[in-house]
Design a protein around this ligand. Structure first.
Ligand SMILES: [Zn+2]
Length: 487
């Protein structure tokens, strides 16, 4: 497995542009001669990798002078925009970002689905790309330049279109650690191009099943092959099923979740919870444990609490009744939508039971109220500033032409940021919006992009897209104390 790191470095050799489209050098060729030449030096000096990819590769020299100095020299202008209210009406079509139109409209769709048996051993090619921790159900776009990977993907497309995406994690030392776990990726559409013998490939893949690598080896052609065990999804059953009388079971109409009725009204959440609690109380009386224990492990109740936490993020854009209904899919969906650090997401993906995963997610959701710069912990935004501009929810994966995948979280306001360069509409992930690079005001690390509408009719007129790789979510300092006392 050690040599997959080598694979990764190849992967990004051709990439790492700052924006969706332009490398930073492309951004800098007009107005201001003096600043431009600095920018150019920067890009060549490796800063583009640091900022653009959000991959912050060489933090070790940061504070000791040169890199810090260079960084501050290219610090952008202060983003002084202030927004006072959450957008109550969004006039933008939220299905536009989900099409990944910037990848081009010439991708060929593939139909059919490959399902591998749980608990079976299969042999699949493995890939690893820093920044991508594929979650079952998550769609990720790729733009691949590495010739070895393209050759691998070509043969995958000709067969069952399935390869393994390994989880990796950056340690605080800066080292990238590749785990022995991953998720199978099924290619749903692709475009293979070959110009003068140099291939590139654009594709969309969807995460399917988690796996554990049993053994791996690199073939003569450089492709990493793994013998993997497909991990079983532990079935979620109602823990009270055992105490229920058969005759009662037949008559019982379980309130499975607060749902939309035919007339479109959401059943009152408090009523739903009351009904469910009452039913659990009576059923638990037949068992040896009190009802609150069952409530803690009741997947429907856990999903209900998570939806309550998420509701504010989705206001105005997407209804939460469109999310997966079963506990397993829902738990993965939540894992892919939360602005978690790599190790937290991997932690969730290592859990075999959906109930345990939901419990951990609820905990994390309650603990994450503030979003900070991962590098210097500057306060960038709040959970309450998060909203959704896409049908995919407040966070989704997008790829820039350099091949770097950014999971981007949308906020209607953000603070302590600088803008770098001028707005560009090229390859915008949100068609109709121009992007400008954002840096942390304190440490100049790349944080994401500010999006500004090119048409007056779009509401909101601006929003902030922050890359998951640059964020750390935590409690506010005063909440921390509250949290400790509560325990
Ligand atoms: Zn910072």
């Amino acid at each position: 497995m050690d040599d997959s790191e080598e694979d990764n470095s190849d992967f990004h050799s051709a990439d790492e542009s700052l924006g969706h489209g332009e490398a930073q050098s492309g951004d800098s060729d007009a107005e201001d001669e003096a600043e431009d030449s600095e920018d150019e030096v920067e890009v060549n000096g490796g800063e583009a990798q640091n900022n653009g990819a959000g991959s912050d590769d060489q933090d070790s020299d940061d504070e000791d002078g040169f890199m810090y100095h260079v960084r501050m020299q290219i610090a952008g202008r202060v983003d002084v925009d202030t927004v006072t209210a959450r957008p109550t009406m969004i006039t933008y079509d939220p299905s536009l970002p989900t099409t990944h139109a910037y990848l081009g409209d010439d991708l060929e769709d593939h139909s059919g689905r490959t399902v591998l048996d749980d608990d079976s051993f299969v042999s699949i090619p493995l890939m690893q790309m820093h920044g991508v921790i594929l979650t079952p159900g998550q769609t990720v776009p790729f733009h691949i330049f590495n010739q070895r990977s393209i050759a691998m993907l070509r043969s995958v497309i000709a067969n069952d279109r399935t390869f393994g995406m390994l989880y990796d994690c950056k340690l605080s030392s800066g080292e990238v650690f590749v785990t022995n776990m991953g998720t199978t990726a099924e290619i749903i559409s692709s475009k293979d191009e070959d110009e003068a013998g140099i291939g590139t490939m654009r594709l969309k893949a969807i995460g399917r099943q988690r796996f554990k690598v049993i053994e791996s080896h690199r073939q003569l052609d450089g492709i990493l092959m793994g013998k993997v065990l497909i991990l079983e999804e532990k079935e979620v059953t109602d823990p009270l099923e055992g105490v229920r009388l058969k005759s009662y079971r037949a008559r019982r109409v379980p309130p499975s979740s607060p749902r939309t009725s035919g007339t479109g009204f959401v059943e009152d959440a408090a009523t739903w919870r009351r009904k469910r609690r009452k039913m659990q109380f009576h059923e638990a009386a037949l068992s040896s444990l009190p009802s609150f224990v069952y409530e803690m492990y009741d997947s429907a109740m856990l999903m209900f609490h998570i939806k309550c936490e998420l509701r504010s993020w989705y206001e105005g854009s997407m209804r939460l009744d469109a999310v997966p209904a079963n506990a397993v899919d829902f738990s993965y969906w939540v894992a892919s939508k939360m602005p978690l650090e790599d190790k937290q997401r991997i932690g969730l993906l290592q859990v075999d039971s959906a109930v345990q995963r939901l419990r951990a997610e609820l905990n994390l959701l309650k603990q994450c109220t503030v979003l900070r710069c991962k590098n210097c912990r500057t306060h960038i935004g709040n959970k309450s500033d998060v909203f959704s501009m896409s049908l995919d929810g407040p966070m989704a994966a997008y790829v820039n032409p350099g091949g770097y995948v950014h999971e981007t979280l949308t906020l209607y306001k953000a603070q302590n940021l600088n803008l770098l360069g001028r707005p560009s509409t090229e390859n915008s992930w949100f068609p109709g919006f121009a992007w400008t690079i954002l840096q942390c005001r304190s440490c100049a690390h790349h944080m994401g992009w500010k999006f500004t509408a090119v048409k007056k009719k779009y509401k909101p007129q601006k929003f902030w897209g922050l890359t998951r790789s640059a964020l750390q979510s935590s409690l506010q300092d005063n909440e921390m104390e509250h949290f400790v006392l509560q325990m």
